[in-house]
Design a protein around this ligand. Structure first.
Ligand SMILES: CSC[C@H]1O[C@@H](n2cnc3c(O)ncnc32)[C@H](O)[C@@H]1O
Ligand SMILES: [Zn+2]
Length: 441
């Protein structure tokens, strides 16, 4: 009998298996079969016993297994600036605090240590993939690949000199080097990341548009974050930033527009027609009092909306479970409709929609055969999450990131029973202490 069974790497047997796609069903008594880092099958546990023998069988009798969460917008290394400048509006926060600190302290070492802290936080919170926009993207990519997490790395661009590059040509050339170094890497992908309409002028944006079209790469950018941004653009340029981006040929299915708190109904329809993806960061929008993204309207119009935390200096955490709860609650308020953004929709925003935005949905974002085994186990057998009528509602509305017990990326268990397997936490925190002492001066 066993001779006819296929020998595979891993069988995971959770109490609830929530694949997100092809259907939003919650499966009980099912198994996830993993081999070579990829999902081989999602099938009834009894059938799994008949079809497979596994090198490792992992029983998770208290847990729900979901696709790994995808943090679709962050600045990972900014974890070292968590709490550095709070309770300020965006432009004062950036101009008076964050940009001066970045000019003084951001370096290869800062980014390596900041990314190590951020990946530790994300893996402990069930996130398996993040989309990053920050200086030294080469360091972010190398650190993330060493740890074994998945990331989309932004080839950043901004009109002023920074510790990473000085001129448009240098930003683009150094970005291209990162792209070349990680071409075909199983964990690292790249995109263009011009900072925002108010910090990148037309010529560099034309260069991005040409290259993004040629390479079919995403363009990740903060857009319509605040009313001030839109008003300033109207005064200075006579157009709203989105209209300027459209004139530059950037409003396409490759645009990943972050924030989008200021949108007319006509702009929502334009985004839907153009296939723009919106990366929603509700907690950063709340903390900086930037505005409300009309998520329900965007979803109703057919826009793909994914979820991200933004950086830890404006959130102040990289907690995607908390972000789901906030997105659901604020989404209902913004829509004036308690039925808007139900839990299953928000879970999809934090998983499959993120993968779609990043162009990674053939590889991750749901628990389907052929995709990488990027998944997260959440203990729902706790006083805080009982009684349990609906596991998806319980994850979004009642659970906490500390209930995440295990996280896998490409079949590798990076968090095992709450212990990180590829990150030395003591070393990470010692490095954080060093930066805290420096930044405090
Ligand atoms: C060019 S690297 C990224 C750049 O963006 C800054 N940043 C972080 N969060 C935000 C935000 O919410 N809006 C605008 N800019 C942001 C970060 O500090 C870096 O300078
Ligand atoms: Zn941001």
């Amino acid at each position: 009998m066993s001779a006819s069974r296929q020998h595979i790497d891993t069988l995971i047997l959770p109490r609830w298996l929530i694949p997100v796609a092809p259907s939003g069903a919650v499966l009980e008594g099912h198994a996830l079969a993993v081999d070579g880092g990829r999902i081989l099958a999602v099938l009834p546990a009894a059938e799994a016993g008949e079809r497979f023998t596994a090198r490792e069988t992992i029983e998770l009798p208290r847990q729900a297994l979901i696709p790994g969460l995808i943090n679709a917008h962050t600045h990972a290394a900014m974890n070292l600036m968590r709490g550095l400048a709070d309770d300020l509006p965006l432009m004062q926060w950036l101009q008076e605090h964050i940009w001066p600190a970045e000019g003084r302290f951001v370096s290869e070492g800062f980014c390596a240590d900041g990314v190590q802290l951020a990946t530790a936080e994300m893996l402990r919170g069930g996130t398996t993939c993040f989309n990053d926009m920050y200086f030294f993207p080469d360091v972010t990519a190398a650190t993330t690949a060493r740890i074994g997490m998945r990331a989309a790395i932004g080839m950043i661009l901004i009109d002023f000199p920074t510790p990473w590059a000085s001129t448009t040509e240098e930003y683009l050339a150094k970005g291209q080097q990162v792209r070349d170094a990680y071409r075909d890497h199983p964990l690292i992908s790249t995109n263009f990341a011009p900072h925002a309409p108010y910090t990148v002028s037309d010529e560099p944006l034309r260069a991005v548009r040409t290259r993004a079209d040629e390479m079919d790469l995403r363009v990740h950018m903060h857009v319509h974050e605040t009313a001030f941004e839109v008003e300033q653009a109207e005064q200075n340029d006579g157009r709203r930033p989105l209209a300027r981006l459209a004139d530059l040929g950037l409003v396409t299915p490759n645009l990943l527009a972050v924030h989008m708190t200021q949108l007319t109904d006509a702009e929502i329809a334009d985004c839907a027609r153009a296939g723009v993806h919106v990366l929603h960061s509700p907690e950063s929008n709340l903390k900086l009092a930037s505005g409300l993204c009309p998520v329900a309207k965007l979803l109703d119009a057919g826009v793909n909306v994914a979820l991200g935390t933004d950086g830890a200096a404006s959130n102040n955490d990289l907690d995607m479970i908390g972000e789901m709860r906030t997105a659901a609650l604020i989404g209902k308020l913004a829509a004036g409709d308690a039925a808007a953004l139900p839990a299953a929709t928000v879970l999809q925003m934090a998983t499959l929609n993120g993968a779609r935005a990043l162009g990674l949905d053939a590889d991750t974002g749901s628990l389907e055969p052929g995709k990488w085994a990027d998944c997260t186990a959440i203990d729902l057998d706790t006083p805080e999450t009982r009684p349990l009528y609906d596991p998806v509602a319980q994850i979004v509305y009642s659970s906490d990131r500390r209930q995440v017990t295990d996280t896998w990326v490409a079949g590798k268990r990076l968090l095992r029973d709450r212990q990180l397997t590829t990150i030395d936490l003591d070393d990470t925190l010692a490095r954080v202490d060093h930066w805290q002492t420096l930044l405090r001066t």
